[in-house]
Design a protein around this ligand. Structure first.
Ligand code: SF4
Ligand code: SF4
Length: 390
């Protein structure tokens, strides 16, 4: 099925059934492919510690073969990331066109520095449906500090404008940190004024260089306030929000809050690839991350090698890897997550559990269970999850 037909099907599913992507459990519906480790920035919180390219990154033939295999396994959407994927622009364009031809939806996460009008047009023509660009503060110096290079704020804003002018869907990714939390209202207003209609708010998962700034993760109170505030804001704005970075219960919490308030979110489901499967953390269940050298991780935030596609077929890795199979058996979870009534529908962020304890089956220290009960939501209400990819 071509990509346009697939988008149409998704829109109909959303309108008629309130559901986004649909797939069997243990099907990799969404794959995040880091096409290179190279980056033209050295962001302080980069969870993949991007720097120079790996010496052995996949070539076009290998990447196409991997995409064929992913599609055979049931992949519906592929997200190009990095490093900075536009440092391999021709490679990305060729792969995006290939995905378009075989009916896989594609998106791209970029820091925006290389987003000229010509590049944006090429991405659009190759079939890229959405571009994620980061704005981490509305104060230029603060954004530039986090991104570790002066002038990046202005370039990111210019990139957003360029994509919007071409009618490319833009998802602004934005990091909510302890010190920048207070400016979130101003930041979202700034993005609304720019004409952005979708924002992915990231909670810090202390992975990669993010470990060095983990004292900047939001407090529990800030996180809960932010969720309540985003939901309230969504009632009177066209902007849609998602929370990424290990908050698997967020979609259900906001959906239930809307139901309780008698409001409905905008066209949230299609835009965020919501999936009608209550599995919470989807690492290794409905999602995996392909690294530049062919390594397979359960998630970009869970850097445990499940295999390498140069050594084994992807199908073999997906079906037989010990780590992926453990992630699919929630009865193996330990601590609070292991005995939780939301074990099957949330499961906690396995990436954060691993980063904080060294054991990917341990408890996730960030838990929204209290908020669920304050909002009168019970375990049986949980029906869906969003996506959180790096
Ligand atoms: S303890 Fe919290 S994070 Fe863990 S599964 Fe339950 S609700 Fe999710
Ligand atoms: S480990 Fe799970 S919850 Fe955490 S970021 Fe990855 S998919 Fe999301």
């Amino acid at each position: 099925m071509g990509t346009m037909l697939k988008m149409l099907e998704l829109m109909l599913r959303q309108k008629l059934l309130g559901q986004g992507l649909k797939g069997e459990l243990n099907t990799p519906l969404i794959v995040s492919y880091a096409v290179t480790r190279a980056c033209n920035l050295r962001c302080l919180h980069c969870h993949v510690s991007a720097r120079e390219a790996m010496p052995n990154e996949l070539n076009l033939r290998e990447a196409m073969r991997a995409i064929d295999e992913m599609a055979n396994l049931g992949m519906e959407a592929l997200i190009f990331s990095g490093g900075e994927p536009l440092l391999r622009k021709d490679f990305v364009l060729a792969l995006a066109q290939y995905c378009e031809d075989i009916g896989v939806i594609t998106a791209l996460l970029s820091n925006g520095l290389l987003m000229t009008p010509q590049t944006a047009l090429q991405l659009k023509e190759a079939g890229i449906k959405a571009v994620g660009i980061p704005i981490d503060s509305v104060i230029p110096e603060c954004h530039d500090h986090l991104r570790n290079l002066p002038g990046t704020f202005q370039k990111a804003v210019a990139a957003i404008k360029t994509c919007l002018e071409l009618d490319l869907e833009v998802v602004v990714t934005t990091m909510a940190l302890k010190d920048t939390y207070d400016e979130m209202p101003k930041r979202l207003q700034f993005l609304a004024d720019l004409g952005v209609d979708e924002v992915a708010v990231y909670d810090l998962v202390p992975v990669g260089r993010g470990k060095d700034v983990m004292d900047q993760a939001m407090t529990k109170e800030q996180r809960v306030n932010l969720i309540r505030w985003l939901q309230a804001m969504q009632e009177d704005t066209e902007m849609t929000f998602t929370m990424s970075g290990g908050i698997p219960l967020y979609p259900e919490i906001t959906m239930e809050m809307h139901r309780n308030h008698g409001t409905s979110p905008k066209d949230l489901l299609i835009k965020e690839f919501y999936i009608h499967n209550s599995v919470g953390c989807h690492a290794g269940v409905l999602y995996f991350s392909l690294r530049p050298n062919g390594d397979v991780y359960p998630c970009t935030f869970l850097p445990i090698k499940a295999g390498n596609i140069r050594e084994q077929s992807l199908t073999e890795i997906w079906r037989n890897s010990a780590v992926l199979n453990s992630l699919r058996q929630r009865q193996k979870l330990k601590g609070a997550c292991g005995s939780c009534e939301y074990r099957e529908t949330c499961g906690g962020c396995r990436g954060r559990a691993y980063a904080c304890t060294g054991d990917y089956l341990e408890s996730d220290p960030v838990c929204l269970k209290d908020l669920m009960s304050q909002e009168g939501i019970s375990a049986v209400d949980v029906k869906r999850f969003g996506w959180c990819v790096g």
